[in-house]
Design a protein around this ligand. Structure first.
Ligand code: HEC
Length: 199
């Protein structure tokens, strides 16, 4: 180093700065990753625990947020049977694996990810097209196992093919869709029309 070189222009200063900046960025990344994981896991503020499938989920106006928000109400067990947290997780997990195995994202979006051929499934459980809350479970089960025979109008003007989903897989998918509908997605999808909510 030349005696005239100021300290801030020396190689050793910039070497140390590079090491410190890299180390700090690394720590910030780890903290952000842990924070995101905490916000995304089931059982956190925005993502309810899997046993939420035992509850009634509605979609209500939230004046403060300026959009609709999922609201977890009283008991309304899926298929009439309340499940423990473990059993609920197993059922939702079967649904999630079925959704992955049958590649629903090839046509649909889930939480906005996927293809734009068919409707977004994030709030499918709350979709007005199921007609009424009372009929919904049965209609969804029938539709998933035989979409051609139980075609409804979800506004796409397209038909969903039969994907050979068994009844137990269909039950899992319905549980997965119910759980997903309870996630606070900041009003996504925009302008979604929920099922008529009696009382
Ligand atoms: C080849 C494309 C395709 C694939 C793959 C597909 N779907 Fe569909 N799905 C559609 C179309 C098209 C519609 C709209 C049907 C209508 O409007 O009658 C639809 C409608 C639906 C609906 C009703 C939508 C609503 O708003 O309530 C659900 C639920 C659904 N699909 C679930 C699934 C699931 C779960 C899978 C994977 C197991 C899947 N779909 C795979 C094309 C597909």
């Amino acid at each position: 180093m030349n005696a005239m070189t100021p300290w801030w222009a020396s190689a050793s200063f910039w070497r140390k700065t590079a090491v410190i900046v890299t180390a700090l960025s690394f720590i910030v990344l780890i903290v952000l990753t842990l924070d995101s994981m905490a916000q995304m896991s089931a059982g956190s503020d925005r993502v309810p625990a899997y046993s939420v499938i035992n509850k009634r989920i509605t979609y209500v106006d939230d004046a403060e947020a300026g959009h609709k928000m999922p609201f977890v109400g009283g008991d309304a067990p899926l298929f009439g049977k309340a499940l423990s947290e473990e059993d609920a997780e197993a059922l939702v997990s079967l649904g999630k694996k079925t959704v992955q195995a049958k590649n629903c994202m090839n046509c649909h979006t889930l939480l906005g990810n996927g293809a734009y051929y068919a409707p977004d499934l994030t709030k499918a459980w709350l979709d007005a097209s199921w007609g009424s809350e009372a009929a919904r479970e049965t209609l969804m089960l029938a539709f998933l196992q035989d979409p051609e025979g139980n075609a409804r109008t979800f506004g796409s003007g397209r038909k969903m093919p039969n994907l050979g989903i068994t009844e137990s897989e269909a039950r899992g998918v319905v549980a997965f869709l119910k759980w997903m509908a309870s996630i606070d997605t900041n009003g996504f999808p925009h302008n979604f029309m929920p099922i008529p909510q009696e009382n």
